[in-house]
Design a protein around this ligand. Structure first.
Ligand code: PEP
Ligand code: MG
Length: 579
């Protein structure tokens, strides 16, 4: 029996599961044969180069870790892997076949790789035979990076498993089926990466940023994932296993108790009512939203609509999805957020060039304003669907008033077109701005004059205020929504909105944390939009306190000097006040 190992990472999605590990990357990869037009050849070459760079980075990371733990001698094995990445004949072989055959790069690469493996396996020389496994290993890594991982594998698992991977993209996570993927853990990633958000949405327990999960775990190992504490226990002994089984039963019991609040309103003990809505990324999550007792959707992330497909969604596809969601959520409202791609969400069907700083780059509303051909399709569909329910819409990543005006101008053009064509839509549709960039947070008084509402995106607001990449596990300790700077910005957003009669919500992950919800309530937040599974816990907080109590808590919190102090203080108060 192998020894028990405890790995600590970053909690990504709560819950506890015990299951058998499956290391992604240990399987045989197959890719579809897809033709590409001549004009797309440069794009495919860039994708290939990016995959090589990413693979190199991964190998260097592993090498560094092994050096630290086992010494340089063991780490030197990976020098051979790095050499494969520089093998000119391999690289040139791929590029010349790509130009000749005009097939997608992953297919071409796999064919070249197979040919190499075949040639090497016929050679008797033991040194060269050794190189065969290096080529195979690195080749699979490159292929995984090219495919944006293993969608097919993730969506076609034959048994229930715990997935262990170096990294998973948000679209990989979106393709997981809860019935088969019990939970997942990754070497890299942060708490509010879109991969983590997706795991929460699908209610799949997950821990990210474990650093050495793929090097310490083998397929078939038994794993306990504690997504709430951010831990993975590999090959637990009997006593540990029993302890966690008991804990799992306890969690289920307390979830059942919380669900009893489902049909009760989100109102404080002194009668202050707030809107408690849910965030969704896929229309399939609607049943979970209803089951957890949310009153509407405060953030419908529409990027996932564009993922895991090779073409762009048509206006009618958008329309059908938005109409369905708004009809099912009626009489509550649905806030649709317009396309926010970029950052850690990429779409292969759009030829977006690689950027040095994708989080500071051509993202969200910036991309949409530059591509009215794509943006207007979505705007038209939202407006058309607004005739069937209570729809609102908001723009992501607004950095200042000009962007809001430009977006509204495009919206006005689309409205005009619909009026001309006599297509019905809600003339009074509310249009809001996400406030997730410090420049917007500090100019909310200006924005409030031209927006119907604000929705605070703390996932990005934190990242940009503290200069801390939300997906980087190495600096995750700096990622504090309770940092005094972030609290002051939030307070400013709420106050500036209220001065102009603009309601203010929050759809960032901060609103899903019970202790932080106390602070936000006290600051005057009007709407909380949280992951569906978090709705009952936040409702319990709201129903346990008076508005007066929370005002005192937020005022005190704003005088504290560190994020840790604020966090400890609000957790203490939560314990004291909730029942
Ligand atoms: C946010 O930034 O807080 C937010 C809700 O948007 P996203 O996580 O999709 O960037
Ligand atoms: Mg955001």
């Amino acid at each position: 029996m192998r020894k028990q190992i405890l790995l600590k990472g970053i909690p990504a999605a709560p819950g506890l599961v015990i299951g058998k590990a499956f290391i992604l990357g240990s399987e045989n990869l197959e890719v579809p044969r897809r033709s590409i037009p001549e004009s797309k050849i440069p794009v495919e070459i860039v994708r290939f180069e990016e995959a090589l760079i990413k693979t190199r980075r991964e190998i260097l990371d592993i090498q560094k870790k092994i050096t630290k733990e086992m010494g340089t001698r063991h780490a030197q094995i990976f020098n051979a892997h790095l050499l494969v990445l520089e093998d000119r004949s391999l690289i040139e072989g791929v590029i010349s076949r790509l130009k000749r055959e005009k097939l997608c790069i992953e297919y071409i690469f796999l064919q070249v790789l197979k040919k190499y493996i075949k040639t090497f396996s016929h050679i008797d020389d033991p040194y060269l035979r050794e190189r065969l496994s290096d080529i195979e290993d690195v080749g699979k890594r490159i292929l995984r990076n090219l495919c944006g991982v293993q969608r097919e594998i993730l969506s076609n698992l034959k048994e229930k498993l715990v997935i262990v991977a170096y990294d998973l993209s948000p679209s990989d996570t979106a393709s997981m089926h809860k019935e088969k993927v019990m939970g997942f853990i990754t070497d890299i990633g942060g708490r509010t990466s879109h991969t983590a958000i997706m795991a929460k949405a699908l209610e799949i327990p997950a821990v990210v940023g474990l650093e050495e999960a793929t090097s310490r775990i083998k397929t078939g190992d038994t794993i306990i994932i504690d997504g709430t504490r951010g831990e993975a226990i590999v090959n637990p002994d009997r006593a540990t296993l029993n302890k966690y089984k008991r804990q799992g039963e306890k969690i289920m019991r307390s979830e059942r108790v919380l669900l009893k609040l489902k049909d009760l309103p989100a109102v404080t003990r002194d009668g202050h009512k707030v809107d408690l809505a849910a965030n969704i990324e896929l229309p399939e999550e609607l049943s979970s939203v209803i089951a957890h007792g949310a009153s509407g959707i405060g953030l419908y992330r529409t990027e996932y609509f564009y993922m895991n497909r090779t073409d762009l969604p048509s206006e009618d596809e958008h329309f059908a999805a938005y109409k369905k969601v708004s009809e099912q959520v009626k009489p509550h409202s649905v806030v649709i957020r317009t396309l926010d791609l970029g950052g850690d969400k990429f779409l292969s069907q759009l030829d977006i060039p690689h950027e040095m700083n994708p989080y500071l780059g051509w993202r969200a509303i910036r991309f949409c304003l530059a591509r009215p051909d794509i943006f207007k399709v979505q705007l038209r569909a939202i407006l058309r669907a607004s005739a069937y329910g209570k729809l609102k819409m908001m723009y992501p990543m607004i950095s200042g008033i000009e962007e809001l005006r430009q977006a509204n101008q495009m919206l006005e053009q689309v409205k005009e077109e619909l009026r001309r064509r006599k297509i019905p839509f809600d003339e009074d549709i509310e249009v809001g701005a996400m406030i997730e960039i410090p420049s917007a947070a500090l100019t909310c008084d200006i924005l409030a004059k031209e927006a119907d509402f604000f929705s605070i995106g703390t996932n990005d607001l934190n990242q940009y205020s503290i200069a801390v990449d939300r997906v980087n596990e190495k600096i995750a300790y700096l990622y504090e929504p309770t940092h005094p700077a972030v609290l002051r910005l939030i307070k400013n957003i709420i106050d500036s909105g209220h001065k102009e009669n603009v309601w203010v919500g929050m759809c960032g992950e901060m609103a899903s944390e019970p202790a932080f919800a106390l602070l936000l309530l006290g600051m005057g937040l009007d709407e909380f939009s949280v992951s569906p599974a978090a709705v009952p816990a936040i409702k319990r907080v709201i129903r346990s306190v008076t508005l007066e109590q929370t005002k005192y808590i937020s005022e005190k919190a704003l005088t504290l000097t560190t994020g840790k102090d604020v966090e400890n203080f609000s957790k203490e108060k939560l314990k004291e006040l909730t029942f």
